[in-house]
Design a protein around this ligand. Structure first.
Ligand code: NCD
Length: 336
């Protein structure tokens, strides 16, 4: 079993099935705290530094919220222009300094492998919140947690899953990480729906192939969506040369209620890492899907808090002490 305490979390490749089962199990134990049924102050006094050098809503705020829910303090640097990286400081030097101020660091950066480079200079665990088009391991873990919990409604699990990944599969780091994690399970069928120019990188396809899974690559929605889970993604405009180039691919695979009813199964669950691009020319997931019980996108975003709480507890070695640090909730809450 992987030893989490003191470890960086940089890539999903560092996990095996047992490690993932442990993360998902500890995540589930966080539910009463996230639902404000109880508090847990096991990280009282600990400091998280959130370093976000690319736009972020969910990842940044849920990392911070997760740490606060365990009793820790959060400091935040947002935007490279507000950091000495813009004065030419190296990632290594920044890591040496910030890790001296922290117990754990979460970082997002536009360059592939930059978070691993940063981690080399850090004396505390570093958690990758997305490094360019490379990986987004914590998102993939919360996606897996979501698939597991959504599929349990239909007596299904992570094995024998029939999943469609759709949209910008070339630049989408969440689908890169998720595909690698899915390759660890049994008898997975993955259908990759994207414009030809935005296909899943070969290295990711071969991870699934080598694990013996069925992989279908297509640019057609018709006939492709009768599955357990559709995982829609955004055209990653920031990874293109220009907005005009990204515009060429916007709106190809919009999903709305009519498309859902025509092509999906009754139980097909819809996921998206968010943000969804709701501009009319993209309209990735139409708001007319909001009324469907199988639209899991906001439950998925909520699960990010649980999984990030679990990762903090595991990397800081307190996952077995949660109960010892519980307290009642004193304020009005309608969450539980
Ligand atoms: C994703 C990301 O940043 O990779 N967002 C997220 O973290 N939930 C997906 C995206 O931006 O399209």
């Amino acid at each position: 079993m992987m030893n989490f305490q003191g470890s960086h979390i940089l890539s999903v490749s560092q996990f095996d099935r047992d490690a993932i089962a442990r993360i998902l199990d500890v995540s589930a134990q966080m539910a009463p705290y996230a639902a404000r049924q109880k508090r847990c102050h096991v990280l009282d006094g600990a400091i998280l530094n959130n370093l976000f050098f690319e736009p972020s809503t969910r990842t940044r705020v849920s990392f911070g919220t997760a740490f606060n829910l365990l009793g820790g303090f959060v400091r935040e640097t947002v935007g490279e222009e507000n950091s000495s990286l813009s004065k030419g400081e190296s990632l290594y030097d920044t890591a040496q300094v910030i890790s001296g101020y922290s117990d754990v660091i979460a970082m997002r950066h536009p360059k592939m492998h930059s978070v691993a480079e940063f981690a080399e200079g850090s004396s505390v665990p570093v958690i990758n919140g997305g490094d360019g088009a490379n990986e987004h391991p914590t998102q993939a873990l919360l996606d897996l947690f979501t698939i597991q919990s959504e599929m349990s409604r239909f007596d299904k699990g992570l094995d024998n899953l029939d999943i469609v990944l759709m949209g910008d599969l070339k630049h989408g780091r969440t689908v890169h990480s998720l595909s690698k994690l899915l390759s660890l399970y049994k008898n997975v069928k993955v259908t990759m729906v994207s414009p030809n120019a935005l296909q899943m990188p070969d290295s990711v396809l071969s991870t699934l192939d080598n694990a013996g899974h069925q992989v279908v690559v297509t640019d057609k929605i018709a006939g492709s969506l009768a599955c357990d889970v559709i995982y829609q993604t955004r055209i990653q405009q920031e990874r293109f040369e220009s907005k005009e180039e990204a515009d060429l691919y916007r709106g190809h695979f919009s999903l709305n209620k009519q498309v859902y009813q025509q092509y999906c199964k009754n139980h097909t669950v819809i996921m998206h890492p968010l943000p969804r691009d709701s501009r009319p020319e993209a309209n990735e997931l139409d708001t007319d899907l909001n009324e469907l019980e199988n639209l899991a996108i906001f439950r998925q975003a909520q699960n990010g808090v649980l999984v990030r709480m679990a990762l903090f507890a595991l990397t800081l070695g307190v996952e077995n002490s949660l109960k010892d640090y519980e307290r009642p909730v004193n304020w009005y809450t309608n969450k539980g």
